[in-house]
Design a protein around this ligand. Structure first.
Ligand SMILES: Cc1cc2nc3c(=O)[nH]c(=O)nc-3n(C[C@H](O)[C@H](O)[C@H](O)COP(=O)(O)O)c2cc1C
Length: 214
């Protein structure tokens, strides 16, 4: 079983809870029979998605010398797509920042969110998910509380990830571990974080069990 772990926070695990979730998850997989590849969105050279990419496609089709940014975009996009293609399970460790995901994770999504790759339309105009054979796990931290019905619609990190990888790509989301409220309730922060990390370990263990069965 091939597991792709997308790490989407470059703050140190001593400070950032979602980085700590990533480290905790990885530590549980150590020495286990799981083939893990890490894609660190902050380590990759990932120019922003935009017209440069469409210009690059045009040049690939019709000839023309690629600019530096065009060739970097093409190879970064290809790498992201190849990693996703090879993965059976994709694990995302990401924070809620400013109500959404970090821009570097957004760029990864921009690279792989492609018609004919992640989804397609049939002759009737229905959207067809193309990644229904893959599974996803979300590890997320958010300092406020967004699990109440009033606050949930404001949250655009987990909601967005569900829409993209579950709703459009068709991956089965097998686990979501969300640590929330540690900033809103500082007196309960230690308890919230440590019980959340236990959930992260349990999620990693479920993945190991899944790999054994595969
Ligand atoms: C740049 C930045 C933006 C943040 N924006 C929000 C926010 O919009 N809502 C919220 O509840 N917490 C916010 N937080 C707190 C984080 O959600 C909290 O630190 C959580 O643990 C996830 O981020 P971390 O993994 O970097 O710690 C923000 C933190 C940072 C560093």
């Amino acid at each position: 079983m091939n597991v792709l772990v997308v790490k989407a926070n470059n703050r140190p695990a001593t400070e950032a809870i979602s980085s700590k979730m990533y480290e905790t998850f990885m530590a549980e997989l150590e020495g286990k029979d799981v083939n893990v590849t890490v894609y660190d969105v902050y380590e990759e050279d990932t120019p922003y998605f935009g017209q440069d990419l469409f210009n690059a496609f045009g040049k690939v089709q019709n000839g023309g010398e690629l600019t530096d940014v065009e060739s970097r975009l093409l190879s970064a996009k290809q790498k992201a797509m190849d990693l996703l293609t090879a993965a059976d399970v994709v694990v995302f460790a990401f924070p809620l920042w400013n109500l959404t995901i970090p821009a570097k994770l957004q760029t990864f999504i921009d690279y792989v969110y492609a018609a004919g790759f992640a989804f397609k339309y049939d002759a009737q105009g229905n959207m067809i998910q193309l990644m229904t054979d893959k599974k996803a796990i979300f590890l997320n931290a958010r300092g406020g509380i967004y699990s109440t019905p009033e606050a949930a619609p404001m949250e655009m990190a987990v909601n967005y990830m569900r829409a993209v990888f579950g709703g459009v790509f068709g991956m089965q989301i097998i686990d979501e571990v969300i640590i929330e409220g540690h900033n809103a309730m500082p007196d309960k922060a230690q308890e919230i974080i440590s019980s959340g990390m236990e959930e992260v370990k349990a999620s990693a263990q479920r993945l190991v069990d899944l790999a054994v069965k595969a």
